[in-house]
Every structure is written in C-alpha cells, then in structure tokens.
Write a protein that binds this ligand. Structure first.
Ligand code: G6P
Length: 448
C-alpha cells in the first residue's frame, strides 16, 4: 500500500538539497528529544505514541456512543473551539459529500459546529434552526472553561432539555473534557452524561486522535479504525529516530521549512486543489501557528483553496513580496469520475477538453500553478496523497503533528504551549467584570 509522500524538488532553486540534508543530524536529535521526553514542553507529548496506544476497546466505546447519537439525532452539534473542533471538522469535511446537508436521504446526523465564535446572530440562527430538530450535543473543551464553548453549551443544553426532556437530553449530550477539573466535567458528572477524557498530556491542537476528533468523526459515519491505522503507519515511520532522513517525510518537511525560513521565507501557504480540504488547512494553521509563533519567531501559517483563490490571492502569490513558500496537498486520485461532455456548437470553445476528466484539468491547473509560482520566486513543496480516505487523512494528521514537534524544536521554541492566547481572554474578562478580575477591570477601564 502506498503512503503519503513529500516532494521537495521545486525547493532546490531556493535552498539546495545539501543545505536541507545538512539538517539531518539536528532533526534526528529533535526526534530523539521527543522520544526521550527531554525537551521543552515534555509534559505534552501524549500525542507522540497515541495512535499505537489506542485500544480496540476504546474505539468500540467510541463507536457505541456514536451509535446512540446516530440513532437518536437528526443533527449533532459539535461544540468546541480551536483544537476542540478543528480536527473533527477537517476530517469530516474532507470525507463528506460537498452537499451533504442538502441531501434529502441521510445516512448520518448532520454535523453542525458551535462554540467557536460569539456571534449572536450565529447562535440565534442556530437555536432557531434546531427548534423542530431532534438534536444532540458533543460538548468538547479540554479546560472545560472556554467562554465561547461554555456560552454555546449553556444555550444548547437548555434547548435540548426543553425540547427533548431531561432523560433524552442525558442520552444525547456527551462531554469530552478533563478527567477532573473544569465546568464541563462538573456538569457532565452532575447530569450523568456519558463522557470521555482528554488526556492531560495531549494539547488541544494535537488532540484529533483522542475522543475530541474520533467521536464526532464516528458520529458522521466515518471509519475511525482506518483513520487511526493511517496515523499508526506514519507514527512507525516518522517517530523512529533511526528512519533515514530522506525516508522520513516529516523530518524532510521540518528541515525544509526551517531552511526556507532561514532564507527569509517567513510565510508558509498551505495549498489545496480540493475544496474539501479547506478545514484541513484551518486545523494545520492552529497546529503550526500556536506551536511556533512565539518569542518573536515563527513562520506565519496561511492557506488558500485553489483554483478558487488563484482568482483572488493568485496575484499576490505570483508577484507580491518574496517572503512566502507553498506546501501543496496534492490528491492523486479523485473518488468520483466526471468527464467533460462534447458540445456540437462548441460556443464556449471547450471542445478541446471533451472526453477529458475534470481532474485532468485540475491537475494541469496545479502543475501550471506550481511552475508559474516557482518562476515567480515561490519555493514549492508537494505532499502527495494517493486519495482522500480515512487512512490517508490519518497519515496526514500524524505527519503534520510530528513535523510540527520537530520543526518547533529546530526553531528552539516550546511547541506545546500557547501563553500568548491568554492576553485577549484576560482583557475580555476584565471588560466584562468577571469575578476575580476586579483589579484588571479597574486598570483596563482607566485605559479606555
Ligand atoms: O479545549 P479548550 O480548553 O476549550 O480550548 C480550546 C482552544 O482554546 C484555547 O484558548 C487554546 O488557544 C487552544 O489551544 C485550544 O485548543
């Protein structure tokens, strides 16, 4: 069976293969540091061997819980923010029919996301939509205290209980949170919800292979066993310090992006040519942004969906400031076949494409873009994915996770904390006069 692979040929004109290969000893040392747990943030390494440590019983428990939600709900709300929703959304959207929620016949509950914003209209419209729906909620928060998620859950819990009764609500509300602390844990225990634990040593952005991602993915009807299998395959290959550098795609990825960063490429753009991958990019942005953006350092992770954004951001990428590089997620084989029809009148002049698959056109757009961008001064890496299924998405998850751990250690930061995220929260609580923030409230009012 093929695996995902990384092609860095189109980086060679910017940093040489030798420069990248010279990172090999450092990369090996970083993998050993991860493996031995001797580096910064070593209390958050639970993700490193997570795939191989997931038991069959755990997966069965998740599938059985998913089944309860599938049988009792038309709609399931995944309430969470950041690492507590992006991984699930990335995988579900990558695997779903693009028009899933418009389908009349459904084989799984419609998944809707909440708790990731504080938009009053969003929440109002959601509660309106749910009024005549049999819905359930997966309430996900590692800390159990995140304002956005707690606020949405307060609304959804009440509505679910009012609409479906306390007993049914108990059945269709599931909590995924810390083992002991946080409001989500207190509520789950008090109300008797089924709950799953987010291990202490797995940070939010590395948690997609815990129940945080696995339960919503199973509810949506996707094969979590295959997903974990894919991640295990990459774990075996990429977390082993003895895998030769050139055969470890995560090692090569981490080395290449750091070599480019040293060469002045401060922005990495994750590119896809399949709109279903939009949320894979969103997940990736949190993974790399929160892990590396600290101590006034770090590559800025950006993303585009091509060819859509070639008609908006394409100009900037082709001719703007030369501080960017691209990493393209290139899916080799689409899951469906669609040919361009021939047309006798040929008014649109597209008969030269007649009989070709739409994907052939897409692939030429991809190749043409790569060549144009490289010509324009944009180094280009390609992560080649044989097809979009659970197995390869599992490989992608682990590849990017360990690539991030290695890359953060090369950069010299702690890739597993996110101290900067607290600054806005502190100000918001002070402005809202949250109990316990009296001093901060006074200080912030004086600044306004
Ligand atoms: O799971 P939670 O504790 O609710 O956290 C959700 C998210 O928000 C935090 O502020 C962090 O910046 C993220 O790393 C985290 O994934």
């Amino acid at each position: 069976m093929k695996n995902i692979s990384l092609n860095i040929d189109k980086v060679a004109g910017f940093v040489s293969k030798e420069t990248i290969a010279a990172y090999a000893p450092q990369v090996k040392a970083c993998i050993e540091t991860l493996e031995n747990g001797t580096g910064k943030g070593n209390d958050f390494l639970g993700w490193l061997h997570l795939p191989s440590s997931i038991t069959a019983e755990h997966l069965t428990d998740l599938q059985e819980t998913a089944q309860v939600l599938r049988e009792n709900c038309e709609v399931v709300i995944v309430a969470g923010i950041g690492g507590s929703y992006l991984g699930a959304r990335a995988i579900i959207e990558a695997l779903s029919n693009s028009f899933q929620w418009l389908q009349e016949k459904k084989n799984a509950p419609t998944i809707i996301y909440a708790g990731h914003n504080i938009g009053e209209d969003y929440l109002f419209e959601l509660t309106e939509f749910l009024k005549d729906k049999k819905f359930g909620v997966i309430n996900i928060s590692k800390s159990g205290t995140t304002t956005e998620t707690a606020l949405a859950f307060r609304l959804l819990k009440k509505q679910c209980e009012d609409q479906r009764g306390k007993e049914m609500a108990k059945k269709v509300i599931v909590a995924i949170t810390d083992a002991k602390k946080g409001a989500a844990r207190v509520t789950a225990d008090k109300e008797g919800y089924k709950s799953f634990i987010i291990p202490d040593n797995v940070g939010g952005r590395f948690s997609v292979l815990t129940p945080v991602g696995l339960l919503p993915i199973a509810v949506a009807g996707y094969d979590i066993i295959k997903l974990v299998e894919g991640a295990r395959t990459m774990e075996a290959l990429c977390s082993n310090p003895d895998t030769p550098f050139a055969e470890n795609p995560a090692a090569v990825y981490a080395a290449t992006r750091n070599a480019l960063y040293q060469d002045g490429k401060k922005i990495e753009i994750l590119v896809n040519f399949q709109p279903k991958l939009h949320y894979v990019s969103e997940w990736w942005k949190q993974l790399y942004g929160e892990s590396e953006g600290k101590e006034n350092k770090g590559i800025f992770p950006a993303s585009v969906d091509f060819s859509t954004d070639l008609h908006s951001m394409g100009q900037w990428i082709q001719e703007g400031e030369r501080t960017i590089f691209e990493t393209v997620i290139s899916v080799e084989k689409p899951n469906h076949k669609l040919e361009v029809p021939s047309d006798e009148a040929n008014l649109d002049g597209l008969n030269f494409l007649a009989g070709k698959r739409v994907d052939e056109v897409n692939k030429m757009a991809e190749l043409g873009t790569q060549l144009a961008h490289v010509d324009g001064g944009v180094p280009n890496m390609r992560l080649i994915v044989p097809e979009l299924n659970e197995f390869y998405l599992g490989e992608i998850i682990y590849f990017f996770e360990i690539g991030c751990g290695i890359s953060g250690y090369i950069l010299g930061v702690n890739p597993f904390n996110q101290p900067g995220v607290e600054a806005y929260k502190k100000n918001m609580f002070a402005l809202l006069n949250k109990p316990g923030y009296e001093e901060e409230s006074k200080a912030i009012q004086a600044r306004l």
